[in-house]
Design a protein around this ligand. Structure first.
Ligand SMILES: [Zn+2]
Length: 277
């Protein structure tokens, strides 16, 4: 749980500007918030919060990713959203709740800023720039949750794995991710054998290499080409695309189009911005 995390007041591999919400705060708001921020050195697998248990802090990832997971009564897990430097973990805190809605798991080694919930709630209640930023982000998070729900229901493990890898690499700004097949299976809510088979296909196609929990993407464009449309739809929702690629627009406007699924390779990314996800 959170109290076991190692706290650091320095060495945050950069600064708060790495989180896009914190970076967007006006100077006066930042001056009120900054004294209450503390940096966490996050370790993979650490738990920031559990479903229905009190959440004392909101978390603003810098270089780490937090996986928001649902855990079933038999202990199985599935990721319903992920939050990197584009967002904040703990939207419940400013939407009227005081507990985590789901399990919050650190995905990779990195840094996160945390802010006590009372400070977040007070700033939110002012109704100014921070409230606007947080509500806009909540809208994007809801879009992500909805799309991942679709992805889990409608798309193959191959497509889900490709989509997850591309999104994770976007957030990390890297071509390498440290995660075991078992953790990946728990994240995507599928059997480990399914992940192993899909990873083998990517390896045989010359797209990735993997060894001992380390996946290296050696052909990112081919990996994108294997994603389902969910990647483009979520990028658009997060502002990473200034307009939805035409093929994805057709998919969204025509529910029957999934009978003839379009690969991401058919989508045009000419207007991509560097915004992650
Ligand atoms: Zn999908």
């Amino acid at each position: 749980m959170d109290q076991n995390l190692a706290l650091r007041t320095a060495d945050t591999a950069g600064g708060a500007w790495q989180n896009k919400l914190l970076a967007a705060l006006p100077r006066q708001v930042w001056a009120r918030v900054e004294p209450h921020l503390s940096a966490i050195h996050a370790q993979p697998g650490e738990i920031l919060g559990q479903s229905h248990l009190p959440l004392d802090y909101a978390y603003f990832p810098l270089t780490s990713i937090v996986s928001i997971q649902y855990m079933t009564t038999d202990g199985a897990t599935i990721e319903i959203a992920a939050v990197g430097s584009e967002g904040v973990v703990g939207v419940n805190l400013f939407l009227g709740g005081g507990a985590a809605a789901n399990r919050l798991v650190i995905q990779n080694l990195g840094h996160i800023y945390r802010l006590r919930r009372e400070v977040l709630q007070k700033e939110f209640s002012r109704g100014g720039a921070m409230q606007k930023l947080l509500l806009q982000y909540t809208q994007r998070l809801l879009a992500q949750i909805a799309q991942i729900s679709v992805c889990n229901q409608r798309h193959s493990i191959d497509q889900q794995l490709s989509r997850w890898l591309v999104q994770t690499l976007d957030r990390l700004g890297s071509q390498e991710v440290m995660i075991t097949h078992e953790l990946l299976a728990n994240t995507l809510g599928v059997r480990r054998e399914g992940i192993t088979e899909s990873a083998r296909k990517l390896h045989r196609a010359g797209i990735i290499t993997y060894q001992r929990g380390r996946i290296v993407v050696i052909d990112p464009m081919k990996l994108k080409a294997r994603c389902c449309e969910c990647y483009a739809v979520m990028r658009y929702a997060h502002g990473g695309l200034t307009r939805l690629p035409s093929a994805a627009r057709q998919i969204m406007m025509c529910p029957a189009a999934d009978a003839n699924p379009l690969a991401i390779s058919n989508l045009q990314f000419a207007d991509e911005s560097p915004t992650p996800i």
